[in-house]
Ligand binder design. Sequence first.
Ligand SMILES: [Zn+2]
Ligand SMILES: [Zn+2]
Length: 190
Amino acid sequence: MGEYVFCALCKRNVDDGKRHPFTKTHQERVKEVLRNQSEQYAKYKHFLLDVATISSRTKQPDFYCTFCKVKVRPTAKEVMEHVRTFACLHIFEHMATAAHHERVDAWFKTNHGDFKLKKSHVISEKSIGKYRERIRKKTEELDQAEQAKAEWKRRERAEEKDKETRGAQVEIRVEVNGGTYVLLWVSDDW
Ligand SMILES: [Zn+2]
Ligand SMILES: [Zn+2]
């Protein structure tokens, strides 16, 4: 006698809970769910290696985690930690949490999924560490670029002001014996 259980993937009661996960129909569902999740993630995963900023938090994509059954959104902590918005950071941070790892494990166990496929649905501690390091470097790069730009603008403004001041001062006209001479006085001491 098998157990009578509800299969969340097949969305029906099955009369043999032990054998059901091995059936063809259930295994088809497993593959389909994993394929959908992979396709969704494929759109974003390049940002894990190639970190990029986006102009606003509202542009962060929504990501549905089928294992945790949640719509993943940026947490307050993630927002507070960064001055800039890094594309898909919330997705990667979610996939690296212990809670997500546990739920993925449980999902594969319950549904008898192929454990070889598990690693494409989680982010290891090592990978998230490297990602955070990339974010740190990118932040540094952007900060430096912004500082350089601000400094360049400051100098440009100072030079323009300097030119205006000099323009009024360098030209001195003198008349000697009926002729007009123009003296151009270029000095940094003005
Ligand atoms: Zn099923
Ligand atoms: Zn999750």
